[in-house]
Design a protein around this ligand. Structure first.
Ligand code: ADP
Length: 253
Protein backbone atom coordinates (compact mmCIF):
# COMPACT_ATOMS: atom_id res chain seq x y z
CA UNK A 1 0.00 0.00 0.00
CA UNK A 2 2.79 2.41 0.87
CA UNK A 3 4.34 1.79 -2.56
CA UNK A 4 1.00 2.47 -4.29
CA UNK A 5 0.65 5.75 -2.37
CA UNK A 6 4.21 6.94 -3.00
CA UNK A 7 4.11 10.36 -4.65
CA UNK A 8 0.80 11.35 -3.03
CA UNK A 9 0.91 14.09 -0.38
CA UNK A 10 -0.48 11.84 2.40
CA UNK A 11 1.61 11.65 5.56
CA UNK A 12 1.90 10.08 8.02
CA UNK A 13 0.12 6.84 7.02
CA UNK A 14 -1.33 4.66 9.80
CA UNK A 15 -2.45 1.16 8.82
CA UNK A 16 -4.52 -1.25 10.94
CA UNK A 17 -5.62 -4.83 10.32
CA UNK A 18 -8.62 -4.07 12.48
CA UNK A 19 -9.85 -0.91 14.17
CA UNK A 20 -13.06 0.42 15.73
CA UNK A 21 -13.52 3.35 13.37
CA UNK A 22 -10.92 5.04 11.15
CA UNK A 23 -12.71 8.38 11.73
CA UNK A 24 -12.35 8.03 15.51
CA UNK A 25 -8.65 7.20 15.21
CA UNK A 26 -8.06 10.09 12.78
CA UNK A 27 -9.82 12.37 15.27
CA UNK A 28 -7.44 11.30 18.05
CA UNK A 29 -4.50 11.99 15.71
CA UNK A 30 -5.89 15.41 14.87
CA UNK A 31 -6.23 16.18 18.60
CA UNK A 32 -2.50 15.44 18.83
CA UNK A 33 -1.77 17.99 16.08
CA UNK A 34 -1.59 15.58 13.12
CA UNK A 35 -1.10 17.60 9.90
CA UNK A 36 -3.46 18.02 6.96
CA UNK A 37 -3.62 14.77 4.93
CA UNK A 38 -2.62 12.40 7.72
CA UNK A 39 -4.14 9.08 6.59
CA UNK A 40 -5.66 6.18 8.55
CA UNK A 41 -6.40 2.96 6.64
CA UNK A 42 -7.95 -0.20 8.04
CA UNK A 43 -8.71 -3.61 6.60
CA UNK A 44 -11.63 -4.11 8.98
CA UNK A 45 -13.78 -1.74 11.07
CA UNK A 46 -15.68 -3.13 14.04
CA UNK A 47 -17.55 0.10 14.81
CA UNK A 48 -17.57 1.92 11.45
CA UNK A 49 -19.95 4.85 11.48
CA UNK A 50 -22.29 6.40 8.96
CA UNK A 51 -24.19 9.66 9.30
CA UNK A 52 -26.04 10.24 12.61
CA UNK A 53 -25.92 6.96 14.49
CA UNK A 54 -26.03 4.76 11.42
CA UNK A 55 -23.40 2.06 10.96
CA UNK A 56 -20.98 1.49 8.10
CA UNK A 57 -19.95 -2.16 7.76
CA UNK A 58 -16.34 -3.00 6.75
CA UNK A 59 -15.70 -6.75 6.70
CA UNK A 60 -12.05 -7.96 6.71
CA UNK A 61 -10.26 -8.53 3.43
CA UNK A 62 -13.10 -7.09 1.40
CA UNK A 63 -13.31 -3.32 1.10
CA UNK A 64 -11.57 -0.03 1.49
CA UNK A 65 -11.92 2.01 4.69
CA UNK A 66 -9.88 5.11 5.30
CA UNK A 67 -9.99 8.54 6.91
CA UNK A 68 -8.05 11.69 6.19
CA UNK A 69 -7.35 14.57 8.57
CA UNK A 70 -8.15 17.86 6.82
CA UNK A 71 -7.15 21.32 7.97
CA UNK A 72 -9.05 23.62 5.60
CA UNK A 73 -7.24 26.68 4.25
CA UNK A 74 -8.84 30.12 4.78
CA UNK A 75 -10.23 29.91 1.22
CA UNK A 76 -11.74 26.47 1.86
CA UNK A 77 -13.44 27.71 5.04
CA UNK A 78 -16.14 29.29 2.85
CA UNK A 79 -16.87 25.94 1.24
CA UNK A 80 -16.81 23.56 4.21
CA UNK A 81 -20.20 22.11 3.27
CA UNK A 82 -18.75 21.04 -0.06
CA UNK A 83 -16.13 18.71 1.41
CA UNK A 84 -18.52 15.74 1.50
CA UNK A 85 -19.56 16.13 -2.17
CA UNK A 86 -15.88 16.71 -2.96
CA UNK A 87 -15.17 13.17 -1.76
CA UNK A 88 -18.17 11.93 -3.75
CA UNK A 89 -16.68 13.52 -6.87
CA UNK A 90 -13.25 12.02 -6.12
CA UNK A 91 -14.64 8.48 -5.73
CA UNK A 92 -16.80 8.89 -8.86
CA UNK A 93 -13.84 10.15 -10.85
CA UNK A 94 -11.65 7.24 -9.76
CA UNK A 95 -14.34 4.66 -10.56
CA UNK A 96 -15.21 6.30 -13.89
CA UNK A 97 -11.77 7.17 -15.26
CA UNK A 98 -9.73 4.28 -13.88
CA UNK A 99 -12.31 1.48 -14.05
CA UNK A 100 -14.85 2.91 -16.54
CA UNK A 101 -17.73 2.24 -14.15
CA UNK A 102 -20.81 4.40 -14.53
CA UNK A 103 -20.56 5.90 -11.03
CA UNK A 104 -22.98 8.62 -9.91
CA UNK A 105 -23.51 10.76 -6.82
CA UNK A 106 -26.70 10.28 -4.86
CA UNK A 107 -27.12 13.71 -3.33
CA UNK A 108 -25.61 14.71 -1.02
CA UNK A 109 -22.72 12.28 -1.11
CA UNK A 110 -23.29 8.55 -1.53
CA UNK A 111 -21.72 6.99 -4.62
CA UNK A 112 -23.88 4.62 -6.67
CA UNK A 113 -23.16 2.28 -9.54
CA UNK A 114 -26.23 0.95 -11.36
CA UNK A 115 -28.33 2.69 -8.70
CA UNK A 116 -26.77 0.68 -5.89
CA UNK A 117 -24.59 2.08 -3.14
CA UNK A 118 -20.90 1.27 -3.58
CA UNK A 119 -19.39 3.90 -1.26
CA UNK A 120 -20.36 5.78 1.89
CA UNK A 121 -18.81 9.09 2.95
CA UNK A 122 -18.83 10.66 6.41
CA UNK A 123 -17.30 14.12 6.80
CA UNK A 124 -17.18 15.49 10.35
CA UNK A 125 -16.18 19.06 11.18
CA UNK A 126 -14.89 19.58 14.73
CA UNK A 127 -15.46 22.99 16.28
CA UNK A 128 -14.30 24.70 19.45
CA UNK A 129 -16.90 27.40 19.89
CA UNK A 130 -16.93 29.19 16.55
CA UNK A 131 -13.40 28.08 15.60
CA UNK A 132 -13.00 25.15 13.26
CA UNK A 133 -10.34 22.81 14.69
CA UNK A 134 -10.14 20.25 11.88
CA UNK A 135 -12.25 18.10 9.57
CA UNK A 136 -12.20 14.30 9.40
CA UNK A 137 -13.29 12.64 6.15
CA UNK A 138 -14.09 8.92 6.24
CA UNK A 139 -14.63 6.87 3.10
CA UNK A 140 -15.82 3.27 2.82
CA UNK A 141 -15.86 1.52 -0.55
CA UNK A 142 -17.21 -1.97 -1.19
CA UNK A 143 -14.63 -3.80 -3.31
CA UNK A 144 -14.97 -7.62 -3.13
CA UNK A 145 -18.39 -9.33 -3.11
CA UNK A 146 -17.88 -10.24 0.57
CA UNK A 147 -17.88 -6.51 1.45
CA UNK A 148 -21.60 -6.15 0.70
CA UNK A 149 -23.78 -6.52 3.83
CA UNK A 150 -26.87 -8.75 3.73
CA UNK A 151 -29.75 -6.88 2.10
CA UNK A 152 -31.85 -7.12 5.29
CA UNK A 153 -29.28 -4.90 7.05
CA UNK A 154 -29.51 -2.13 4.45
CA UNK A 155 -31.94 0.70 3.84
CA UNK A 156 -30.64 1.20 0.28
CA UNK A 157 -29.47 -1.56 -2.11
CA UNK A 158 -25.69 -2.05 -2.22
CA UNK A 159 -23.10 -3.37 -4.66
CA UNK A 160 -19.31 -3.64 -4.92
CA UNK A 161 -16.60 -2.73 -7.42
CA UNK A 162 -15.68 -6.29 -8.40
CA UNK A 163 -19.29 -7.35 -9.09
CA UNK A 164 -19.85 -4.30 -11.28
CA UNK A 165 -16.52 -4.74 -13.06
CA UNK A 166 -16.58 -8.52 -13.39
CA UNK A 167 -12.97 -8.94 -12.29
CA UNK A 168 -10.84 -8.51 -9.16
CA UNK A 169 -8.85 -5.33 -8.48
CA UNK A 170 -6.07 -4.35 -6.07
CA UNK A 171 -7.51 -2.31 -3.22
CA UNK A 172 -4.37 -0.19 -2.78
CA UNK A 173 -4.58 0.87 -6.43
CA UNK A 174 -8.16 2.00 -5.90
CA UNK A 175 -7.07 3.90 -2.80
CA UNK A 176 -4.32 5.64 -4.80
CA UNK A 177 -6.78 6.50 -7.61
CA UNK A 178 -9.30 7.98 -5.13
CA UNK A 179 -6.67 10.04 -3.30
CA UNK A 180 -5.22 11.30 -6.61
CA UNK A 181 -8.71 12.38 -7.67
CA UNK A 182 -9.34 13.95 -4.24
CA UNK A 183 -6.32 16.26 -4.43
CA UNK A 184 -7.21 17.26 -8.00
CA UNK A 185 -10.84 18.04 -7.03
CA UNK A 186 -9.77 19.82 -3.85
CA UNK A 187 -7.80 22.34 -5.93
CA UNK A 188 -11.07 23.39 -7.61
CA UNK A 189 -13.43 23.11 -4.63
CA UNK A 190 -16.49 25.30 -5.19
CA UNK A 191 -15.45 26.39 -8.70
CA UNK A 192 -17.76 26.37 -11.73
CA UNK A 193 -15.97 23.22 -12.94
CA UNK A 194 -16.63 21.56 -9.57
CA UNK A 195 -20.40 22.18 -9.85
CA UNK A 196 -20.48 21.19 -13.53
CA UNK A 197 -18.90 17.83 -12.73
CA UNK A 198 -21.23 17.32 -9.76
CA UNK A 199 -24.24 18.04 -12.01
CA UNK A 200 -22.96 15.73 -14.72
CA UNK A 201 -22.63 12.80 -12.32
CA UNK A 202 -25.75 13.53 -10.27
CA UNK A 203 -27.92 10.42 -9.85
CA UNK A 204 -31.70 10.61 -10.48
CA UNK A 205 -31.43 13.78 -12.62
CA UNK A 206 -34.90 14.71 -13.97
CA UNK A 207 -36.41 11.83 -11.99
CA UNK A 208 -39.02 12.02 -9.25
CA UNK A 209 -37.57 11.55 -5.78
CA UNK A 210 -38.60 11.93 -2.19
CA UNK A 211 -36.22 13.57 0.28
CA UNK A 212 -36.95 12.96 3.95
CA UNK A 213 -35.30 15.18 6.51
CA UNK A 214 -35.55 17.26 9.64
CA UNK A 215 -37.45 19.94 7.68
CA UNK A 216 -40.06 17.41 6.56
CA UNK A 217 -40.60 15.40 3.41
CA UNK A 218 -40.17 16.85 -0.08
CA UNK A 219 -41.33 15.30 -3.33
CA UNK A 220 -40.14 16.58 -6.66
CA UNK A 221 -38.19 16.14 -9.84
CA UNK A 222 -34.42 16.60 -9.49
CA UNK A 223 -33.39 19.86 -11.21
CA UNK A 224 -29.85 20.43 -9.95
CA UNK A 225 -27.59 21.76 -7.23
CA UNK A 226 -27.50 25.31 -5.85
CA UNK A 227 -24.20 27.13 -5.13
CA UNK A 228 -24.30 26.17 -1.44
CA UNK A 229 -24.71 22.48 -2.31
CA UNK A 230 -28.49 22.29 -1.68
CA UNK A 231 -30.58 20.01 -3.89
CA UNK A 232 -33.02 21.78 -6.23
CA UNK A 233 -36.31 20.01 -6.85
CA UNK A 234 -39.32 20.98 -8.99
CA UNK A 235 -42.54 20.15 -7.13
CA UNK A 236 -45.73 18.90 -8.79
CA UNK A 237 -47.22 22.42 -8.63
CA UNK A 238 -44.20 23.80 -10.52
CA UNK A 239 -42.62 25.49 -7.50
CA UNK A 240 -38.89 25.09 -6.96
CA UNK A 241 -37.75 23.66 -3.62
CA UNK A 242 -34.22 23.79 -2.20
CA UNK A 243 -33.30 21.09 0.29
CA UNK A 244 -30.28 21.87 2.46
CA UNK A 245 -27.76 19.18 3.36
CA UNK A 246 -28.47 17.79 6.80
CA UNK A 247 -30.30 14.80 8.12
CA UNK A 248 -31.76 13.89 4.77
CA UNK A 249 -32.20 10.72 2.80
CA UNK A 250 -33.13 10.63 -0.85
CA UNK A 251 -35.14 7.85 -2.48
CA UNK A 252 -36.29 7.38 -6.05
CA UNK A 253 -40.08 7.33 -6.35
P1 ADP B 1 -26.86 7.57 4.20
O1 ADP B 1 -26.07 8.82 3.95
O2 ADP B 1 -27.38 6.94 2.93
O3 ADP B 1 -27.88 7.65 5.25
P2 ADP B 1 -24.41 6.61 5.37
O4 ADP B 1 -23.40 6.98 4.32
O5 ADP B 1 -24.43 7.40 6.61
O6 ADP B 1 -25.85 6.49 4.72
O7 ADP B 1 -24.17 5.09 5.69
C1 ADP B 1 -24.95 4.38 6.63
C2 ADP B 1 -25.93 3.45 5.95
O8 ADP B 1 -25.31 2.70 4.92
C3 ADP B 1 -26.43 2.40 6.93
O9 ADP B 1 -27.64 2.79 7.50
C4 ADP B 1 -26.60 1.09 6.12
O10 ADP B 1 -27.92 0.94 5.66
C5 ADP B 1 -25.73 1.33 4.89
N1 ADP B 1 -24.49 0.52 4.90
C6 ADP B 1 -23.71 0.15 5.92
N2 ADP B 1 -22.62 -0.51 5.51
C7 ADP B 1 -22.72 -0.59 4.16
C8 ADP B 1 -21.90 -1.16 3.14
N3 ADP B 1 -20.74 -1.77 3.39
N4 ADP B 1 -22.35 -1.03 1.86
C9 ADP B 1 -23.50 -0.40 1.55
N5 ADP B 1 -24.30 0.16 2.46
C10 ADP B 1 -23.92 0.07 3.76
Amino acid sequence: MRAALAGLPVSPIHYFETIGSTNDYAQSLAEQAAPDSALVVADEQTRGRGRLSRKWVTFPNAGLAFSLVLRPSPGEMNALGLFAPLWGLAVCRALREWLHLNAEIKWPNDVLVNRRKICGILVEAHWLGSNLQYVIAGIGVNVAPSSVPASGDLVFPATCVENELGRPIEREELLAAILTAFFAERARLGSAAFFETWMRWLAFKDEWVRVEGASGSHHGRVVGISPDGSLRLRAENGAEIEVAVGDVSLRAE
